[in-house]
Design a binder for this molecule. Structure first.
Ligand SMILES: *Cc1c(COP(=O)(O)O)cnc(C)c1O
Length: 229
């Protein structure tokens, strides 16, 4: 068995333990890894994520046959001029963070005859993350989409927590995200709003304990990323 396969089996066990009976979806984050590496993971996961359109599309092309039953997630910052390619190539856009981007996604989804599933990216730490929307902005984006974007389905929230050596320090950020998610579930009465995507290689167990039902894991599956290549 390959190292990648072994890593995934190990991570799934750790997810099961942390999840304590609840369902948690594993997304393998494939950014910077070659099509060959990605292929090794595809027998063991149902979902992969990329963060750059220009990197993802050539890989999807190489892997096209193997990706037929795989869900593709976009998790990077999305610029308006790439919205069309994101809509045409990804099942779930996790990084919706402005009304302007929602307008673009909605228009392109309409042209493609598609309902685009999206998560709104919540910013939980103001110092650390460049992208994402405040709680107030998340609510505005949500309401805007409900009222104006018939080609978008908002499936929940995504957040990126700040990095800490000591994993326990990240817990309050996950708690905060869960509170906002739970509150929206309560007040919005929306059956589609059910995904809370948070937790990465270093902190996914804490995220799951705090209510994540989707985790995005790269390094722990594929090894360290090399951005120079
Ligand atoms: C790269 C990335 C991940 C995966 O991070 P790892 O620490 O390698 O698991 C998760 N989410 C987002 C948004 C990312 O950009």
């Amino acid at each position: 068995m390959s190292t990648i396969a072994r890593n995934i089996i190990d991570i799934k066990e750790r997810i099961l333990k942390a999840a304590n009976g609840t369902d948690v979806k594993l997304i393998a984050v494939t950014k910077t890894f070659s099509a060959d590496c990605v292929k090794e993971a595809l027998s063991y996961v149902t979902d992969i994520a990329e963060s750059k359109i220009q990197e993802a599309l050539p890989k999807f092309e190489i892997l096209s046959d193997s990706l037929k039953n795989i869900n593709k997630h976009f998790i990077g910052h999305l610029q308006s001029n790439k919205a069309k390619k994101a809509v045409l190539n990804f099942d779930l856009i996790q990084s919706l963070d402005s009304i302007n981007l929602a307008k673009d996604i909605n228009r392109h989804a309409g042209e493609a005859g598609k309902i685009q599933n999206c998560l709104i990216e919540l910013k939980v730490s103001f110092e650390e993350s460049k992208f994402g929307a405040s709680e107030e902005a998340v609510l505005k984006i949500y309401d805007y989409c409900r009222q104006n974007c018939q080609n978008i389905s908002i499936n929940g929230l995504m957040t990126i927590a700040p990095y800490f050596e000591d994993k326990q320090q990240v817990r309050p950020y996950f708690k905060k995200a869960y509170k906002i998610f739970e509150n929206m579930q309560k007040i919005k009465n929306d059956g589609n709003f059910k995904i809370l995507s948070m937790g990465m290689s270093g902190d996914f167990e804490v995220a799951i304990q705090e209510g994540a039902n989707m985790v995005r894991i790269g390094t722990a599956v594929f090894g360290e990323r090399n951005y120079d290549k």
